[in-house]
Design a protein around this ligand. Sequence first.
Ligand SMILES: [Zn+2]
Length: 359
Amino acid sequence: MRPWSLIAVLPLVLMFLAPPAAAQPRPPFAIGGRTVPAGSRVDLDLAVPAGATDGATRVPVTVFHGAQPGPVLALTAGVHGFEFVPILAGQRLLTRIDLATLRGTVLLVRLAHVEAFEQRAVYVNPFDRRNLNRMFPGKADGTQAERIAWTITSEVIRRCDLHVELHGGDGAEWMEAFAGPYGGPLAEAQYAQSRVMALAFGIRNVIKYEMKTQAQVDNGRSLNRQAVADGKPTVLVEIGQNGQRDEASIATLARGLENLLRTLQMTPGTPTPPRADTRWFGDSAEATATNTGIFTPVATTGRAVKKGDLIGTVTDYAGKEIERIVSPVDGYIMYGLAGPPVRAGEAVVTIGIPAATPR
Ligand SMILES: [Zn+2]
């Protein structure tokens, strides 16, 4: 071959040797002072340093950073350490993500509240006695619950594009599962995506959480509302009850998470479409106890109620009935207090108000 002809074909040869622009390696994912190369998985602990009144802790996370581009999906389990179904479904997901085909990044918070889990603390942090799920965005120099919140806000929520918060019935709560996409005036721009994500779980009850006022987002801010405040499409999933490790619920949630990944086209395969019998709720109401004592619910399963229907009774410790709690609305009871303890002012059931049309 003469020199001039080599020069003529060189651009063509280089075109095949050099990867096209779209196949450039994906940048690494930065979290907790680490960088995760594209196409790899890292299990790490986000450090929560000691505070003035309580000790250091950690937030165990797993990053699956796919080689191919796509969204960063944050899944958070264990904000309430006695809600075991989400924690165990997350464990199951760890073996079900194939890095060879993953598009985008899955950021799994395996156990947001290690101290509550290990000490079997229902609702609250065992040191500061605060509900982590009312502490967001948290504080770098606050109590332990505030510092955990701050770590999750800064390292997880502000690094993700989409958020799914996983809860269930805590130690004293029965529950029928539901999924809750966030919408309303303050989250409407994200709602189309949130709705798709919520329906991917295949859970029959769906509550559209309408964020109408800034106070609703800010007061006692939960982790999911932190994601709403940061402008992420957000879904709350609640499944499992009474602090049990219930296999059927764990399997349902693990299947839902895998279907979510397919629905978002982050993993290959045809997603299962949304179910046709979805029950849509547009708002919720509560029935509340006005006395402290022993609560006996009429039933501990999801069910339709009419305004005035008996929800349960409260007796004092001498066995005398001191209160009959009735439903304040027509609706569908989604979850409630199993009892027996009840304190004055506590909600004993949450009642979904059916939406007139699919939302
Ligand atoms: Zn919870």
